[in-house]
Design a protein around this ligand. Structure first.
Ligand SMILES: Nc1ncnc2c1ncn2[C@@H]1O[C@H](COP(=O)(O)OP(=O)(O)OP(=O)(O)O)[C@@H](O)[C@H]1O
Length: 356
C-alpha cells in the first residue's frame, strides 16, 4: 500500500538532518495559501464543491504524471486513512490536526521524500508546503514557487490586483506565504535570554511558536519562527527579513553555547551526561521529559562532548516517540502508561545502535 510506504519509511528526508547550520536550524518551511476562483472558501463551500477541488487536483496530477521536475506526487484522501495513519501524518508535520479531524473532503498530496505536502480543503483550498533540512529558506521558496507556477498553469487562483492572493483568513491575504525556521536554541534558554529575545522578535513582525505550530509549546527548546505579515511585502522581502533574524539568532545561540562552556563547563557537562544516562537507561519516560533530555544530548553532540551518537538523533526521536508513531510501531493502540514504556525502550535501542 502506498501509504505504508510513507509511514514505514518513518522519517521524511528533512528529518534526517543535513543542510546549512544544521547544528541550530532543524528545518526551513515555506507554505503558500491558495484558493480556486470558482469555488467558495472551504468554510462555506458545500461538500460537493470541495469534492471538485480534490477532483481537479487529481486530474492535474494525472496529467502531469510524466513531469519529473517535482518527482512522484500522490494524493491521499483523509476518508481513506485510519485515525492512526492520520495521526502519524500530523506528527510528521505533513498535515494539520484540523485536516485530519475536521475538514470535509480533506486530502493531501505528498511527494515521495515528503519535502512537498499540499493540503486540500483545509482552511484554504490549497496549502502548499515545502520542507527542507537546515537553513534553506531560499531553496524551499524556489520549490514552492515552482509548484505554484505549475498549478497556476492548470487552474485559476483567486487573485485581486490590489490585494494579491485571496485567502479564507484575512491574515494570509497578499502573498499567502508563511516562511518559517525551526530552531534548537538550548543555550539561549539555559542562559535565560529567550525572555528578552522573544518580545524583540515579535516587534519585528515575526511570530514564535512551539514545535507543532500554533498553540504548541516550545518543547525540547525547539522554536518555530515565522512571518506574521503577508500583505504589502514581496515574497523575497518576507523571506529575507526572516532569514536575517534567523542568522542573528544562530549567531547568538553559538555565542551563548561558547559562554556556557567557558563559564560553567562542569555544570553543563553534568547536565548533558545525566540526560544521556537517563535516556540510555530509563524504563519509563514521558514525552515532555524525553524532549528535554534529547535536547540536552543534542547539545552535547553539537559541542563535541558526546561522541559516537548521530547529531540527527533529536530530529528523529522527537518524531518517532510521538504517540501516533509509537502505536504504529507497536501495531496496536497503547495507553499513556504503555506509551511511556515503549518510548523509553525505543530511545534506549536507538542510542545503543549509535554507540561505537
Ligand atoms: N520550519 C518548520 N519545520 C518543520 N515543521 C514546521 C516548520 N514550521 C512550521 N512547521 C509545521 O507546520 C505546521 C503548521 O504550522 P503553523 O500552525 O505555525 O502554521 P500554518 O500552517 O502556516 O498555519 P496558520 O496560517 O493557520 O497559522 C505545524 O505542524 C508546524 O510544526
Amino acid at each position: 500500500m502506498s501509504l505504508q510506504r510513507f509511514i514505514n519509511q518513518a522519517l521524511s528526508d528533512w528529518m534526517k538532518g543535513g543542510g546549512p547550520d544544521e547544528d541550530i536550524v532543524i528545518s526551513s518551511r515555506i507554505r503558500l495559501a491558495r484558493n480556486l476562483t470558482d469555488i467558495p472558501f472551504p468554510l462555506i463551500a458545500t461538500r460537493e464543491q470541495l469534492e471538485q477541488v480534490v477532483a481537479k487536483m487529481d486530474k492535474i496530477l494525472e496529467k502531469s504524471k510524466n513531469n519529473q521536475a517535482l518527482g512522484t506526487l500522490e494524493l491521499l484522501r483523509m476518508e481513506n486513512l485510519s485515525s492512526l495513519e492520520k495521526k502519524v501524518l500530523v506528527e510528521k508535520h505533513l498535515i494539520s490536526p484540523h485536516l485530519a479531524e475536521e475538514a470535509r473532503a480533506g486530502a493531501v498530496i505528498l511527494s515521495e521524500n515528503e519535502s512537498i505536502s499540499i493540503m486540500l480543503n483545509e482552511e484554504d483550498h490549497l496549502r502548499i508546503q515545502c520542507l527542507f533540512p537546515g537553513f534553506q529558506l531560499n531553496e524551499a521558496w524556489t520549490q514552492a514557487n515552482s509548484i505554484d507556477d505549475w498549478l497556476e498553469m492548470n487552474v485559476d487562483f483567486a487573485f485581486d490586483e490590489k490585494r494579491g492572493y485571496l485567502t479564507s483568513c484575512p491574515t494570509n491575504v497578499g502573498t499567502g506565504l508563511r516562511a518559517s525556521v525551526m530552531m534548537h536554541l538550548p543555550a539561549l534558554v539555559m542562559s535565560q535570554q529567550m525572555n528578552r529575545i522573544l518580545p524583540a522578535i515579535n516587534q519585528l513582525g515575526l511570530v514564535v511558536r512551539g514545535i507543532y505550530g500554533e498553540g504548541s509549546d516550545a518543547l525540547g527548546n525547539i522554536f518555530q519562527i515565522s512571518n506574521q505579515i503577508t500583505l504589502g511585502r514581496s515574497e523575497t522581502e518576507i523571506i529575507e527579513d526572516l532569514g536575517n533574524v534567523a542568522k542573528q539568532l544562530i549567531e547568538q545561540e553559538r555565542q551563548a553555547r561558547k559562554r556556557l562552556l567557558d563559564s560553567s563547563r562542569l555544570k553543563l557537562e553534568d547536565r548533558i551526561y545525566r540526560s544521556y544516562g537517563i535516556l540510555a537507561n530509563a524504563r519509563v519516560i514521558e514525552s515532555k521529559e524525553a524532549m528535554q533530555r534529547l535536547s540536552d544530548v543534542r547539545l552535547g553532540i553539537d559541542l563535541g562532548l558526546i561522541q559516537g551518537v548521530s547529531s540527527t538523533i533529536l530530529n528523529e526521536l522527537i518524531v518517532l516517540t510521538q504517540p501516533g508513531f509509537l502505536q504504529q510501531y507497536a501495531g496496536q493502540m497503547l495507553s499513556p502508561d504503555e506509551r511511556d514504556i515503549r518510548r523509553a525502550k525505543l530511545i534506549r535501542e536507538r542510542l545503543l545502535t549509535q554507540e561505537i
